[in-house]
Design a protein around this ligand. Structure first.
Ligand code: BEZ
Length: 211
């Protein structure tokens, strides 16, 4: 069964490169990113995990814990991490789940047999502190992900969780935001002390409220 936005992220226990975890306990009160890659010792995945390691401070600043997954075993993960550290000039600083029996992969519908047989595709789940799923992404094996885009989406998710705004196309942290339709003009005057501009009655923009 596919996991939809707003669903509770299924809990599981698993072996990782940093020991056994209960996923919900490991998340604690943090935001979380659970992402899968097809296999250890593969080129695109090597660049992806190196990129995520280099973004550790950016995830930390946003209060986000990151965890990777493939259907390989812990020893393979650990051997491959040495290669990632060497070739990507970084230190992998987040756990990798070992899922050789595909328990977590199946729980999160990460195996898409018509695209890639028996291996996980490039799935991403962003999970809020209340354990609900806020974003899902699915990329094919042949396309490495843009993790700057993932940070951009997390900025939007965290902002819109706290203010009655939405973020427009290509929004970046600091840009103007959209006043959500559920807020009347009268309410908007109170909620957005910096003011708002009504370009159309349904298209109202306001400076980012938390800047
Ligand atoms: C890769 O990470 O390079 C990769 C993995 C599985 C299939 C194709 C590419």
């Amino acid at each position: 069964m596919a996991i939809r936005l707003g669903d509770e992220a299924p809990n599981f226990t698993a072996e990782t490169t940093e020991g056994s975890i209960d996923f919900h306990q490991w998340l604690g009160d943090s935001w979380g990113v659970l992402f899968s890659h097809p296999a250890d010792y593969t080129p695109v995945c090597t660049t992806e995990l190196g990129t995520v390691a280099k973004l550790k401070d950016d995830f930390d600043r946003r209060g986000v814990k990151v965890i990777g997954l493939s259907v390989d075993v812990v020893d393979d993960h650990k051997g491959w991490i040495n290669d990632i550290n060497e070739t990507q000039n970084t230190t992998v600083n987040f756990p990798l789940i070992a899922d050789p029996d595909k328990t977590v992969a199946n729980l999160y519908d990460m195996i898409h047999p018509n695209a890639l047989n028996n291996l996980t595709v490039r799935s991403v789940f962003v999970i809020a502190p209340d354990k609900t799923v806020k974003l899902t992404l699915t990329y094919p094996a042949s396309t490495g992900r843009n993790f700057d885009e993932l940070l951009r989406v997390i900025d939007s998710l965290q902002l819109t969780a706290n203010f009655s705004v939405a973020t427009p196309a290509n929004w970046q942290d600091g840009d103007d935001c959209i006043v959500v339709p559920a807020v009347s003009d009268e309410e908007a005057k109170d909620k957005f002390p910096k003011g708002f501009t009504a370009i159309k009655p349904y298209l109202r923009v306001t400076p980012q409220p938390n800047k």
